[in-house]
Write a protein that binds this ligand. Structure first.
Ligand SMILES: [Fe+2]
Length: 541
């Protein structure tokens, strides 16, 4: 086992396994050990050690929301948890006292924690809903690790994470799962259970992790009830919404199985919001947005660089996976210009060709195009929310679109396509969520010209639960597909996308569930495609 100065120490504590959760004696022993161990440990472990805190006295196990990790780098990742002994407490504070609580954390190379490599103590603060985000450093590249937390004598579940490969190394395979749209009321999170079973290297979450409104307002039968206010408006409301979602054991299993890369869409804040404009005009939207973003940060395994400032947070970013893949994670909500065509699904208007209309804002677009220009990756994966490909919803003559998607921002889409085509990007893959359907599309330089150049493929993952049980197709989409020959697959089933990426090809498996109205559905494969290196086409498997 290699030794990293300042981080690796032989275990000098009592093994965690011998300390019984909740035992006062065990806690005192571990508390002494924590202080002793933390003094011995390096920089990552010194947080808050000079402050004396009361750590005991929680009414029950505070680890009801599970654990998560994210933002893998070659030398580390973020590990996350949030303390909530009463997760459904109405005020969203999870039954926590208004006090700072010490949380110990431990990282090991094995799930049994026989070979711990790092330990430390961090502070769970009431102003962050007692969430903790530990940014690990000093780990080995391309390696699997296990982590857990301890607070007030209680042990958390164990999470598995990985570091990214060394820069410029080209690993032989990367397996990712992409997920989106998990409306708790619409069904069971069986698809998350399926993601956990895949043991992917990475999970990419493309938005609608929660829904701010419920009670059947989105049209599907209510399978499970949200608790709390509808819609969520205050910081307490959003905190409670995340807490309820995070009590789900299938969600917890998926979050504990692999590091996640997350980006939000609309329902983490409000339906179809665009910068300062929600779909439904309302007073106090800036305050609501600030509350929603604060709760999002508290509940996601993000780096402190994403911490909200006022009504904004820095969410768009790039995450490399050695020389094999580069993830460009987009934020298509905070900087977007208002949707054209009155944001009416199935409409058309001249405004959607407006050169100034933007899903990303000017600065993020420049950043994205710069990223393409500097690409040296085998695969560039653009992880974002709304459908990129043209989708004409009107069978026969005439055209109608979803103006909330890239079809509402055609000039910007043309700029992105032109930039991809003129860049060193070798393989562009767009990962999309939002539409509660699986969809596979080729991105043609001119969608209306079947002989035009193929510049990318788009893989749209369906919802985890939103929309309920679903169906193999939708009649209105089936009727419109002949208008859209670049779209190669569509399914209205729930599920997730699995992609296995090698230097030679990307294999996409659209995983589907026959139902979500009952728990325990089997996971099936609706369709599979190969994208060969150097040729952005979808080959049927
Ligand atoms: Fe959604």
């Amino acid at each position: 086992m290699p030794c990293y100065p300042g981080h690796f120490r032989r275990p000098s504590w009592l093994p965690w396994g011998v300390i019984s959760a909740g035992s006062a004696e065990g806690w005192r022993a571990s508390r002494r050990a924590a202080l002793k161990g933390a003094v011995l440990l390096g920089a990552g472990a010194t947080v808050g050690l000079t402050t004396v805190r009361r750590a005991g006295g929680l009414p029950a196990d505070p680890f009801t929301l599970g654990v998560a990790s994210g933002e893998p780098a070659p030398d580390g990742a973020v590990i996350w948890t949030r303390l909530a002994p009463r997760p459904l407490a109405e005020d969203g504070r999870g039954g926590m006292p208004d006090a700072v609580i010490d949380v110990e954390w431990e990282v090991a190379e094995d799930a049994g924690f026989a070979s711990a490599v790092q330990r430390g103590v961090t502070a769970a603060r009431p102003e962050a809903a007692h969430s903790v985000h530990v940014e690990l450093v000093g780990l080995r590249p391309g390696a699997e690790y296990f982590y857990r937390f301890r607070a007030a004598g209680f042990l958390s579940p164990v999470g598995r994470t990985r570091t990214a490969p060394q820069p410029n190394s080209v690993p032989s395979q990367l397996t990712i799962c992409a997920v989106s749209c998990a409306n708790y009321e619409d069904g069971w999170f069986t698809a998350y259970r399926g993601v956990a079973a895949e043991q992917p290297d990475l999970v990419v979450e493309l938005g609608d992790f929660i829904y701010e409104d419920g009670r059947g307002r989105r049209g599907a039968p209510v399978v499970r009830r949200h608790v709390g206010a509808e819609p969520a408006m205050t910081l307490g409301d959003y905190r409670l919404r995340y807490a309820q979602y995070r009590t789900d054991p299938d969600l917890q299993a998926a979050q504990a199985a692999a590091p996640w890369l997350v980006v939000f869409d609309d329902h983490e804040v409000a339906n179809n919001w665009a910068d300062e404009t929600p779909a439904i005009p309302q007073p106090g939207f800036p305050e609501r947005r600030a509350a929603a973003l604060q709760a999002y940060y508290e509940n996601m395994p993000l780096r402190s660089s994403a911490k909200p400032v006022g009504t904004s947070m820095q969410l768009y970013r790039r995450v490399p996976w050695g020389g094999l893949a580069m993830f460009h994670l987009l934020d298509t909500r905070q900087y977007r210009t208002d949707q054209p065509c009155n944001d009416k699904l199935g409409s058309d208007c001249a405004e959607r060709f407006d050169a100034a209309a933007s899903l990303t804002g000017v600065e993020q677009e420049r950043w994205l195009l710069d990223g393409f220009a500097q690409s040296s990756s085998r695969w560039d994966l653009i992880a974002q929310q709304v459908l990129f490909a043209q989708l004409d919803l009107t069978p026969g003559p005439g055209r109608s679109v979803n103006p909330d998607a890239w079809d509402g921002y055609v000039a910007q889409r043309d700029r992105v396509v032109a930039a991809l085509a003129g860049s060193p990007v070798r393989n562009a893959v767009i990962l999309t969520g939002d539409i509660h359907s699986h969809c596979a599309a080729e991105i043609w330089q001119q969608f209306d010209d079947p002989f035009s150049r193929r510049v990318a493929v788009e893989l749209v993952t369906t919802s985890i639960a939103s929309g309920g049980d679903g169906s193999d197709t939708k009649p209105e989409i089936a009727a419109a597909l002949p208008e859209n020959p670049h779209i190669r697959y569509f399914s209205n089933r729930r599920g997730y996308l699995r992609a296995q990426i090698t230097p030679a090809e990307l294999r996409a498996d659209f995983r589907t569930l026959p139902y979500v109205s009952q728990p325990g559905a089997p996971v099936q494969t609706g369709a599979s495609f190969i994208v060969p290196d150097g040729d952005p086409v979808l080959l049927n498997v």
